[in-house]
Design a binder for this molecule. Structure first.
Ligand SMILES: *Cc1c(COP(=O)(O)O)cnc(C)c1O
Length: 388
């Protein structure tokens, strides 16, 4: 039998990291001690008080049932309280908050609720690949908004074609940003909200990294600006903040109609996040946030080692204010893929080519601060040996 995948899968962009994954496995098989700075997954364990909360919740037979579709009321109240404490944003828990099985789940399902075949979705480039993929799966047409260094890796809103804005149904923004580590201020968010209102564009704000920030910097939320709640939905994750990537827990907040539409799609696809995981999530959001401060201190120390090291090699790198990524310019005359291949084959260091996040990521590679300072120094020393 001839089995053909649906056209929507054939339309997905090729997975550019596949070739590098294969190469990494090859190099590792040669016995090379690989330093993997490729994947954006925290290396430290989930804090013990959160694991204990899961253990206790999993013992309670009431958590063994199907969860409520929109999530535990208590989880949504806690998420709303957290937004109030953290951003001074008021949310109605049972209308403006929904539990997600990780924020990727929500981001991926969102277009199914609001994007019709042929609708334009403005996605950043470079970006987390899910925005584009989920748009295509919904039949939408992703149009890239290039994030350029000269604009602080923010989309150049003033330069956007008014005809395109008129056509666009959704705009995706993500700050603090993966992969560039760029940050947005409230003034930028105000301009996004005003533009969205003018052109009737839904704003999807991916806020996965608001808690991973350094030197006292506190990244804002899109929801803080006037009009955001009319046009927008913001996706938040416990994954990076509390080292909980494997647990699959996040939430979305914002416009009640946007939250409800996402909920309607989810009710056809999943049956909610495990209540015990939501109960552990409540503990994460309500207990002391010292564990977050400690992680940020750890990442800040690593950041110094890698940023200083790369700068010492003459590479173009800025010290990130947030996220655990270092966005590094590739030496002139090389593509990001060639450069990554060289680092891997000649130094055993895994990085991610910028072009894998979108064409505007060409010229850069991303390093994740997911190994300890000594290993980062080892990576820098190995790169020094290459004479870049
Ligand atoms: C890691 C990440 C997420 C997703 O996290 P979940 O584990 O699905 O909550 C979302 N957006 C960006 C930009 C990320 O890097």
């Amino acid at each position: 039998m001839n089995i053909e995948r649906a056209e929507r899968l054939q339309k997905l962009p090729p997975y550019l990291f596949q070739e590098l994954d294969r190469l990494r496995d090859q190099v590792r098989a040669r016995g090379v001690d690989i330093i993997d700075l490729g994947v954006g997954d925290p290396d430290q364990p989930t804090p013990p008080h959160i694991i204990e909360a899961l253990n206790a919740a999993a013992q309670d037979p009431r958590t063994h049932k199907y969860p409520a579709y929109s999530g535990l009321s208590r989880f949504r109240e806690v998420a709303a309280d957290w937004y109030k404490r953290r951003f001074d944003v008021d949310l109605i828990p049972n209308q403006e908050v929904i539990t997600l099985i990780g924020s990727k789940e929500g981001l991926a399902h969102f277009p199914l609720a609001f994007v019709n075949p042929g609708d334009v979705v403005l996605t950043p480039s470079p970006a987390y690949p899910v925005y584009k993929g989920s748009t295509i799966l919904a039949g939408g047409v992703p149009v890239e908004m290039p994030l350029r260094k000269e604009n602080g890796f923010l989309p150049d809103l003033a330069a956007m074609d008014p005809a395109l804005l008129q056509k666009a149904k959704v705009m995706v923004i993500n700050y603090p940003n993966n992969p560039t580590a760029a940050c947005a201020d409230l003034e930028f968010y105000e301009r996004v909200a005003a533009l969205a209102k003018k052109h009737e564009i839904i704003v999807v704000s991916d806020a996965a990294y608001t808690e991973m920030a350094y030197d006292g910097y506190r990244p804002p939320s899109f929801m803080q600006v006037a009009g955001a709640r009319e046009v927008g939905i913001e996706f938040h994750s416990l994954s990076k903040t509390y080292n909980m990537t494997g647990w699959r827990i996040g939430f979305a907040v914002g416009n009640a109609q946007l939250v409800a539409g996402l909920g309607q799609v989810k009710s056809q696809i999943d049956s909610g996040a495990f209540d015990a995981v939501q109960l552990a999530g409540i503990t994460a959001l309500t207990a002391s946030q010292d564990c977050v401060a400690q992680m940020n201190k750890l990442y800040a120390g690593r950041r110094e080692v890698l940023v200083k090291g790369l700068q010492g090699l003459g590479l173009e790198v800025e010290r990130p204010k947030a996220t655990f990524y270092v966005w590094c310019g590739v030496p002139a005359g090389q593509t990001s893929t060639d450069f990554c291949r060289k680092l891997l084959e000649e130094a055993g260091v895994v990085s991610t080519p910028g072009v894998g996040f979108g064409s505007a990521g060409e010229g850069y590679v991303r390093f994740a601060l997911t190994v300890d300072e000594a290993r980062l120094q080892e990576a820098v020393d190995r790169l020094a040996g290459l004479g870049l």
